[in-house]
Design a protein around this ligand. Structure first.
Ligand code: ATP
Length: 219
């Protein structure tokens, strides 16, 4: 069995920026993905509430990815009223896409090291592969000892090559060296609130949307 994997990139995207877009573009290429689904969170269960509504965050993702046909906006989480977990979203995707379709949950190294704090996190391995982007020079292998022991064990047992991602529907962990742009949504929100420039940190269409809708500005 072999099928081209589909990537899944969840995030608050509050707002989406070039750090997210470069991570996705590099993973699309390096992991040979067919498509990446951007899934903005509705009410995230394990972090502070986003500053702007799910509808605004979703609209900004739509604008940001409009030039890349392999990037798809998936609004299932923002359309839900209840808080939702990644494991529930993956169950839904698995039911829609079939048992054989390889799925890859994409995330940065920092997010991976906190995976044990996610709801029903060990079920994730039965639903998708996990593809982790790490900064060149800062491999996950060197930092995995800082993770909780059970996550460390999963990492050691499940580490696999990019080629293996298309051979199985789920269960592997792959690391990809991806230069991390020093851009964060937190910094962008702070800059807008302080009236500072955000040019070249995110697509012009997204910054245009932020100013048009007076997002992140003090009341
Ligand atoms: P915030 O600053 O509000 O915490 P963020 O910019 O980190 O937000 P999220 O929406 O929380 O954005 O991130 C979604 C995913 O994108 C996570 O897996 C995170 O590790 C990754 N990510 C965020 N910023 C970058 C970046 N600059 N380079 C690579 N990956 C990133």
């Amino acid at each position: 069995m072999s099928d081209t994997p589909i990537g899944i990139l969840g995030g608050t995207f509050d707002p989406i920026h070039f750090g997210h877009l470069r991570l996705a573009e590099e993973m699309l290429e390096l992991a040979n993905l067919r498509q990446i689904r951007f899934i903005p969170t509705g009410t995230p269960p394990h972090r502070d509430a986003p500053q702007v509504s799910a509808q605004h965050r979703s609209a900004m993702v739509r604008l940001a990815i409009s030039g890349q046909p392999a990037f798809v906006l998936d609004e299932r989480e923002v359309n839900r009223n209840t808080s939702c977990y990644t494991v529930d979203t993956l169950h839904e995707l698995r039911a829609e896409l079939g048992a054989a379709q390889p799925l890859c949950l994409l995330m940065g190294g920092d997010a991976f090291l906190q995976l044990h704090t996610w709801h029903e996190w060990e079920q994730l391995f039965g639903l998708a592969h996990i593809v982790v982007g790490y900064r060149p020079g800062f491999t996950l292998e060197e930092r995995i000892h800082t993770a909780t022991p059970v996550l460390c064990r999963h990492y050691q047992q499940r580490l696999c090559s990019v080629e293996a991602l298309s051979q199985q529907p789920c269960g592997g962990i792959t690391e990809l060296a991806i230069p991390k742009l020093e851009i964060s949504a937190t910094d962008i929100r702070r800059r807008v609130a302080e009236g500072r420039t955000i040019r070249y940190l995110l697509p012009d269409a997204v910054s245009g949307y932020i100013y048009q809708h007076h997002l992140y500005q003090p009341c």
